[in-house]
Design a protein around this ligand. Sequence first.
Ligand code: PLP
Length: 378
Amino acid sequence: MQIETMVVHAGERRVEGAVVTPIFQSATYVHDEAKGYHDLRYLRLNNTPSQVVLHEKLAALEGAVSALVTASGMAAITTTLFALLKAGDHIIAQNVLYGGTYDFVTKDLPQLGITYDLVDASDVASWEAKRKPNTKVVYVETIANPLLAVPDLPAVVKFAREHRLVSVIDNTFASPVLYQPVAQGFDLSLHSCTKYMNGHSDLVAGAVIGGRDLVERVKHKLDHLGGSLDPHACFLLQRGMKTLALRVRAQSTNAMAVAKCLTGHAAVERVYYPGLATHASHAAAVRALTGGFGGMVSFDLRGGRDAANRFVKRLKLPIDAPSLGGVDSLVSIPAQSSHANLSPEARARAGIGDGLVRLSVGIEGTDDLVADVLQALG
Ligand SMILES: *Cc1c(COP(=O)(O)O)cnc(C)c1O
């Protein structure tokens, strides 16, 4: 089925004829000849109807067998890495990662005896030099924040398969509309459902999607660590997901229009959008992504920090707030928000200038957004 159909119908339970799956607001369920601890139905064990409906919908969207919903994107990421790695193991991870993930890999994992190497995801040929006998996992992001680099994804899958490593990808920025990692050979696809999946900036949630055995392993770890999603958030996420395909297509269309209006503007030094032929990852994005290039656009303003601050203040539609992927356009200045804790030198090495602005493009009218961006640049 088409993704537009699956977001509406997959997993839904029409209880008592209700068109909308109700909120199952119950922590525990009637004892069913208990087969074992993991068969008792209890919210923390991630097996109650509000959660299971989402598991089925999430798995369907990415052509996978199993899925798990979690209390946040970070719960999905940390629980997955805890499930896959133990003391003495090694992970190869992309050198540009979501901030929380970067800190977890480079600070928390080493405290537990798990070592890492960071690699350039556009040059998978360079990874072999970093591989060790105890390497267990490779970890990348489909579209990385904030310069929107897309790895050589087929090469990542090939490398992992050749060396029998578990391949994990954070697919948050692409969403299943643009990329289906498991169908493309990744072992596990992770999401911050806080972003595009829910799409309304009104909850935090996460997801783990993949094959039965690996997802089961992550589920057992999640049962113990306790990062489970509550029924009301499940309901909101399920409702938000029904419009996922429509939203992401509208956001991709809007983002392309904004990226084009920024290109060549006198106040703009450089535009980062994977859909532009000038983007370093354009070829990788064209090869991997389907139906658009996503709703995130970043750009360098010529006037540096002051120009970036002035631009953000003058915008009338995008709201100055962290996070992304919702129906409302949001704007942020990475050097003063998501990447403020890096030293200026580290930011420069990562290509994040003081005049860099990141837009999470929403579903507002294309002409209104373009007009607002142009007036703020003026
Ligand atoms: C926001 C985000 C996360 C963390 O998700 P939370 O829901 O805030 O825990 C992880 N990865 C990416 C790419 C994100 O954008």
